[in-house]
Design a protein around this ligand. Sequence first.
Ligand SMILES: [Zn+2]
Length: 628
Amino acid sequence: MRLARQGEHCGPGGLCARTCAALLQTLLVLSLFGLASPARAAGQVLLYASATTRAFLPGVGGQQEALLQPWRRLLTARRLPHRESSHPADLEALKAEDVLILPSAVALDGPERQALLRLRDRGVHLLVTWSAGSRDARGRWTGHQFAQELTGFTIRGELEPAAKRLFLLPHGDTALNLQLPAGRRIWLGELAERPLRLSGGQSGASYLDWARTVLRRGDAEAAIVYDEGGGRRGGSGRRVQFGYAETAWSFSPADYEALAEQALTWLLRQPRAQIAAWPNGARAAQLIEMDTEDGFANAIHFAELMEHMNAAGTFYCLSSEARRHPELLRRLATKHEVSFHGEVHFGFRGLPRDKQLRRLERMLAEIGEVLGSRDGWPAGAGRGFRAPTESYDETTEALLVALGFEHHAADPQRSPDRLPMLVWPAAASPVVHPEGSAGPASLPLVVLPRGQLDDLNYMDLMLGADDVGQAVVAEYEFNLQLGGLGLLSVHSQNFADPQRWLARPRHTPLMTLALEALVRHVGPRHDRAWIAPGDRIAHWWRERSRVRLDSRPADDRLELELQVGGEQPVQGLTLLLPLRHEGRSPQLRAQPSSPAAQARLRTLDRFTAALVFAELPPGRHRLSVSLP
Ligand SMILES: [Zn+2]
């Protein structure tokens, strides 16, 4: 169903495509409510089924049940105490600690509107989805003014189908989402209920295409927004708006339910904690790497620019080129990570295991000839690999593990999420390294997916240097919103000296200029983004996997137990604590002798605090956090 035009009918995937059988089942469960619900939250949840919307939808081929059903299923499955009502009078009874869910209430009459605005003024928390009150009691289009007045957020219009931004990408490690991995591609479908583009408050998720194309600031428009108090006529309570209708949930029920449940948890001000993706309170991680091959000598510009940012990058080196530049390779290895990009520039996918092994061994040997050898590995080199043309298979990864590699910087297809992955290749049997050092791998391989455009993608889009510079800066900022892993990949042949590249017509200075723009933007201080080489990011991901968190909420308190496995302390672990009230800091209680007592409390944003543990030794650590 289109919102803005009258008389259009619901498409085949729309509101009408639901069965009565499922409905009956849910009604049976509904009748049992209240008996089994553990009433832990102070507030109650009311699911409001507007009678005006119910009467309007069949005329456009829709059905309100399709919008209510996902909520009933979620609220029942998670045993959240709640009621359902169609009477505006029940809205008047809600108190400030309660939560109202207004599910795609497209049509609202006068009394409903007035009751909703009064409830907002009393500070009742609101979860509004898709369109609220864009049609009046008779189904006539009235625009988005009412919804904007109710929530304080701005509706910028519908998502245009031509834009192909058909994925919802949750931002990770926010007060609204601690569960879903940052940047996961969650399919929105091409429903008749076109998602709404939102702004205002804090953004909790963005609309993007599969490739996550961000060319300018603001390209990633908000799909979820949230805020508390003080908003534009928004009342004093907490407010969340989902830009999409409940009909989208069926494409990926677990993901959409996780977003909805977490929104309710935040609105109900329930305490919770989670281990952050990144160490030391950093908001996001950023790997900037060069596939160093043809035009190897251009690597020096890249190294110098990274050093201007006080940051280190990774050079995945084609060994047949690297050995022709021994001085430069040694220079790169002093401040950056020198890792591996094959020995010649042909892909690995589909090659027999023996052939792949010989190629990898030759690559290691050629870099070892330049850097020397230490503990059976090229001295000072990293343990990362990036396949030529991103072409590899499971055999490649099994061999990487067996040879002692620790990370693989892979293609964008590799993961739906924009975070590192721990992978144990099935066929990872030990190989005997020529120097006899490599044993069977006990550690997993960390795969770093390239979840963003690279220089070849920018060239396919026919962008000029200024546009690419702008895109690289916009992507960096978007990654800070996302809380994910940024992996900016450039090729050495596109990193020519802007003054002298005409001598090598197949080279371009495209990415030299783009990285210069990024360096100007970021500067030498960048606390929020952890700019690090691939090996350090991979190492951190392994470290993080050694820690388990058990958290038990009790009123305004959390009882936490951290269990650190392994033999060594973990450094920089960060626990995220969504605030129950803006501006009220949590308080940590732990035995003074406990290493947990040394944690530093930091404020990350208006709604989230963090506990940063400089060093946490192996074993169990108990602590209690009060969240006023
Ligand atoms: Zn390459």
